[in-house]
Design a protein around this ligand. Sequence first.
Ligand SMILES: C[S@@+](CC[C@H](N)C(=O)[O-])C[C@H]1O[C@@H](n2cnc3c(N)ncnc32)[C@H](O)[C@@H]1O
Length: 418
Amino acid sequence: MVQVCDTLTTDFEKINIDPFWNVGNEVEHKNHRIHAYPAKFPAFITQKAIQYAISENIKINCIGDFFCGCGTVAFESKRLGFDFWGCDINPTAVLIAKAKSNTYSISYVKKYFSNIMDLYDARYNTHIMPSHINDRITYWFYPKEIFELSLLKQCIYDVVPARSKYRHYFLCAFSNILKPTSKWLTKSIKPQIDPNKKPANVRQAFIKQCIIMEKAIADEPCNSNANIEIKLKNALTLRRKEFVDLIITSPPYVTSYEYADLHQLTTLWLDYADDYRDLRKNSIGSNHNIFTNDCYTLLNCVGQEIVRDLRNVDKSKARAVAKYYFDMQRITNVCKSALTINGMLVMVIGNTEYKGVYIDNVKHLVKSMQNSGFSKIYVAKRKITRKILTPYRDKFGRFSSNDNQRKVYSEEFIVIGR
Ligand SMILES: C[S@@+](CC[C@H](N)C(=O)[O-])C[C@H]1O[C@@H](n2cnc3c(N)ncnc32)[C@H](O)[C@@H]1O
């Protein structure tokens, strides 16, 4: 780990890998695997960040994550007994994060589950489909699966009361069977139809998913009384002051995942939007949010230089990256205001490359944190172990070990500021 003195002359790529941030000390809790989520980070990063903050004498009451995704930091904070406040702009993320960090009684889960399945079987021959089915659902699913999923969803709504936390639990289970029961190309991180795919059976997929989730509840029950709040919110509009002592977060990477597109099946089935593309708005890092050229002067000097180089190779990409940097500059202000006086920000972020232009997100972030008033900034580098053997993506966006493909990140950085 190095302390940053001069941002502009520091070559962050040359920092040595810091083993402290590389691997965890324990096996990850099963709860972290109840629902797939792109760019979920390993749970041990939260534990390491807390350990590091305590060693730096931070008194932690409440932990924050303003890009909480599927709730990795939320659940770990709860497990370790710290209050947590988090938000995400993606309703699917909020659904999973809530399902993960609520405390559930196994006997209630079993009771609701068996009532849902009994109702599903009893109604199978009489269920009437809703009169309107979104066109996009008919694009992704065959009629049999649409019928069965619509029945299953109705049974969940009829069995589990609307305001019950068990609604989140079963809708999270429902959400995670949507890709396997659709035509979505298996394991693809791009929305793409596989014309040869045989969709999983809805009933069996739901039962299998509920067994996985029950096992997660049974895995080292978490009885802490920590207060966990998770909101559906745009972090850019967060105005709360001095209410978290430690922020542990991984912001979206620049123009990488289109979260709204990737979670469109859940969006459509759970009626989060009629048109899933509406949810791209304000989603940081989306390729669809661009920036007009004349606002480029609002970027810090690091951002301006990268955007200038990108303009020579791809003007539209340059505008998307400019928007990303502008948003990230606002986010470091939001984090600084949200932290208590001695608080600490821990961000996990990676660099990338586009058509030969090196996109130094770390340098931009450090500069941005300095401009927001963080005075002591440290940077550590870690290996992304899961991706060491598969550092390329094929044309469908699947990880591959074929070196003819596009390179993806194999290292990332922990940027710490006070
Ligand atoms: C890298 S992921 C976080 C993953 C998370 N650490 C986890 O383990 O699941 C970044 C998240 O930022 C969210 N996001 C993007 N723009 C946002 C915004 N304006 N406000 C809040 N969340 C946003 C995305 O929906 C995504 O869930």
